[in-house]
Design a protein around this ligand. Sequence first.
Ligand code: SF4
Length: 389
Amino acid sequence: MNPALPNPEMRDLYDKVAGGGRVSEFEALRLLESKDLHALAALADAANRRRNQGRASFIVNRYINYSNYCILSCQFCAFARKKRDAGGFQYTPEEIARMGREALEAGATEIHMVGGLHPSLPFSYYTDVLRGLKQVSPQLQLKCFTAIEVLHLAWLARKSVPETLAELRDAGLDSVTGGGAEIFNPAVRSRIAKGKESAEDYLDVHRAWHRMGGRSTCTMLYGHVESLADRVDHLRQLRELQDETGGFSGFVPLAYQPANNQVPVDHPPSGFDSLRTVAVSRIYLDNINHLTAYWVGLGLKLAQVALSFGADDLHGTIVDERIFHMAGAGSPMSQTTAAMVRAIREAGYIPVQRDTFYEPIKVWDEAAPTAPAPEEPSRALLEKNLASA
Ligand code: SF4
């Protein structure tokens, strides 16, 4: 029992979590409904430290969105455009290879690439993009495509999902992204992302990739029209698939951004809501090693605090994030390595630069100096990038 745990009503759960026990859905809901953030932090930190020994990671990466043209119209999405709309863009494989080269020269180890479901690009475009990036450097790890994109590409290729994933892997795909999970409850899904793949489809794509030996991440978009019970149900389905395959390398809860879309909400996720969601996710998902505090949605300051609520990763330097910023995210467009190291170290954890699979590349021990944090790139970069697209 933790004598410092302020809430005696949670002591049974503390003992369970500290001893490596598994909390039930009922207990997860009880934790989510709690107002005692201190107790949640104690529970989640115990669960995290048992796995990650006081280390917290980040990756030096670059986001690339190959296009925002999309045949779907998810209500919550501020990123997608139709061909007739202003603000649409798409890049050629050569332009994407140039971005990959720039990223490599800036120290990136990973390209994270997703886009809309393009109405006319052929399947060969996607394999050309992957091959072009691998020609830049075979060491550049390619984490690409959400489950719905994989389904779209399978339709384009006229092949099964496993066959399509195998072709993408042969072209250079290293890992599949976790985006597109949103909330699995079909009623909620239809209110925010009508027409998108079902929970079963999402999980089947990841299952197929895991069975091939692949690793992927998974996500949950919270803080819109879902209930707390919907969040627990979503986490349950992720935990069950992880029990089956062990293929999820990390979980990334995504704070809903309410601007420029058709799902306005009066109360988008507050700091309180985000911290309790991170904490309960860490406690409940006892079979997924890593949990990311996604600074793009939280802001780096709250993401830093989330390291004390069970998160052990701050995601990446990113460089050019569009999806959240087009939905109103107020965070900067990128982070520097120095800013990440400083945030982790200040929170009392050992900074680790990691690769796509959360393997350490560099451990920033006490002796390693931290450069002063440079100025945060301004939102003007988003405008510039969109204007030049
Ligand atoms: S969320 Fe993805 S699939 Fe849905 S409209 Fe936006 S880009 Fe298209």
